[in-house]
Design a protein around this ligand. Structure first.
Ligand SMILES: Nc1ncnc2c1ncn2[C@@H]1O[C@H](COP(=O)(O)OP(=O)(O)OP(=O)(O)O)[C@@H](O)[C@H]1O
Ligand SMILES: [Mg+2]
Length: 231
């Protein structure tokens, strides 16, 4: 079996006082190692909620997420912080880079938090920034970078600890079409060359259709039918 992530019977409801808002109503899903999986669905259907649960940023109402055989919600909070830092890379629509630090420092930080030696962390950060085409921008702070460059830094940051999976939520939602395509090409290159597993949430149809597999969320569940015009 090459399965990396297994989502079993995942339910998530939000509560407003006593009123329950059921969002995810039983998601079952397996993600294979080195897979590029796209999740699509109408706005508000629960794509980000699902990605947050897979990334163990939030806890489900019921159900499980396994990484290989490890139950992600069985960790203590401290173990979970460590697990997330080392095994899961996140890239969001808003880059969340720290404004007062350079590109190099932003990328190296994740490795330093994972207790890598300083020179090893910085070498790795330099290597990744070179890989994403920013070797000439190491000392730039986020406000000195273009939107596409910031997302490239965010991708490099997500990769710094060689995570099992990178979770990307609308990472090019704020970028123009050309820049967005260049950032996507980078993801595919990382997937091809490094075998990096990705789960991407997107409203971009051509992008979603390039993925190895595309799943469609409808009314809190995975739909078998792909309604291409709907996302
Ligand atoms: N923290 C929260 N508390 C209460 N309700 C929430 C919370 N987060 C999300 N929701 C609700 O859950 C539903 C799913 O939200 P989610 O952000 O997962 O949707 P989405 O599919 O990512 O949408 P979009 O494509 O617009 O990003 C929405 O109806 C939203 O209002
Ligand atoms: Mg969302």
């Amino acid at each position: 079996m090459n399965s990396l992530i297994r989502v079993v019977g995942l339910h998530k409801s939000y509560y407003d006082g006593l009123t329950e808002l059921p969002v995810l109503k039983g998601i079952d899903l397996e993600v294979q190692r080195a897979e590029m999986l796209a999740i699509v669905g109408a706005s508000g259907v629960g794509k980000s909620t699902l990605l947050h649960l897979i990334g163990a940023l939030d806890r489900p109402t019921s159900g499980k997420v396994y990484y290989e055989e490890q139950d992600a919600f069985a960790f203590s909070d401290r173990e979970l912080d460590r697990f997330r830092n080392q095994e899961i890379g996140f890239v969001f629509q808003f880059h969340h880079l720290l404004p007062e630090f350079t590109a190099l420092e932003n990328v190296a930080m994740g490795a330093l938090i994972a207790r890598q030696q300083v020179d090893v962390a910085y070498d790795r950060a330099r290597e990744l920034l070179d890989y994403v085409g920013l070797a000439e921008r190491l000392e730039h702070r986020p406000y000195e970078l273009s939107g596409g460059e910031r997302q490239r830094v965010a991708i490099a940051r997500a990769l710094v600890n060689s995570p099992k999976v990178v979770l990307a939520d609308e990472l090019t939602g704020n970028l123009d079409r050309k820049t967005s395509e260049a950032v996507h090409d980078l993801l595919w290159d990382l997937n091809d060359r490094l075998g990096q597993t990705f789960i991407i949430v997107t409203h971009n149809q051509p992008l979603a259709q390039r993925a190895d597999r595309l799943i469609h969320l409808v009314d809190g569940r995975v739909s078998d039918q792909v309604h291409v015009l709907d996302f």
